[in-house]
Design a protein around this ligand. Structure first.
Ligand code: SAH
Length: 216
């Protein structure tokens, strides 16, 4: 599959929609979404709809998030060039690619082997290089590479993964959906001291669940 003028045009329309209808204003998020060919991360049968604000099934019964969700989570992270970002839930690698396009140093963890393999191959094909890509359980984070400036969790956690908060720098931010499987609230935690956090709420979403352990 190629990245044609048609795809590029549809991406520009998606960016206009994210700016006007969703209210995304971080220009680095919008530029990254304009740059990353989302249709290359999903099955070709969905190609015509890749730039609509829709989620699609990917391998292992998981989903690629809506572009608006990717944009909102990315904006809430307030990423600056060169920051270390830990992503939990690589999935197909689209959000990873957006973070790399925003010039973050991305460390990403996926618990499904199929998706770990898929995203690794896909990102390499597109010449996009995360700093580190791990097959593992995101509840543990990546202690070897901690602390991180930012953490993004792309699956819904029923309990707060406290290990991740420990791996955040003071003044760092973590964006995470929390709640039961049918609906979660998107939160942003800002670490204001080694033991204190500010917590903000950003509406309800439905993410795939954050699960323990790994799945071969
Ligand atoms: N950012 C992804 C979204 C994928 S959906 C994308 O753009 O495609 C969320 C992903 O989180 C799924 O792939 C799921 O397998 C993964 N996940 C769930 N629990 C996890 C855990 N404990 N550790 C790592 N990944 C997890």
């Amino acid at each position: 599959m190629q990245d044609s003028f048609v795809h590029k045009g549809k991406r520009r329309n998606l960016v206009d929609y994210l700016r006007r209808s969703i209210g995304i204003c971080d220009e680095s998020v919008l530029a990254a979404i304009n740059e990353v060919p989302r249709h290359l991360f999903i099955e070709s049968i969905f190609e015509d709809y890749a730039y609509e604000d829709r989620a699609f099934p990917i391998a292992a019964h998981q989903t690629i998030s809506h572009p608006s969700t990717v944009a909102e989570q990315s904006e809430l992270l307030e990423i600056k060039e060169g920051e270390k970002v830990l992503e939990i839930g690589t999935g197909c690698g689209y959000q990873t690619a957006v973070l790399i396009a925003m010039k973050a140093l991305v460390y990403t963890v996926e618990r499904q082997k199929d998706l770990f393999d898929f995203s690794k191959k896909k990102l390499r094909e597109m010449n996009l290089y995360p700093k580190f890509q791990s097959f593992g359980d995101g509840f543990a984070g990546l202690p070897t590479f901690a602390p991180f400036d930012k953490i993004i969790v792309t699956c819904g956690a029923s309990v707060l993964p406290t290990e991740l908060l420990k791996q955040l720098k003071v003044s760092g931010k973590m964006v995470i959906p929390l709640g039961p499987t049918d609906q979660q609230v998107l939160y942003r935690f800002t670490k204001i001291s080694p033991t204190e956090f500010e917590k903000e709420e950003f509406g309800t979403y439905k993410f795939v669940p954050m699960l323990n352990n790994t799945n071969q």
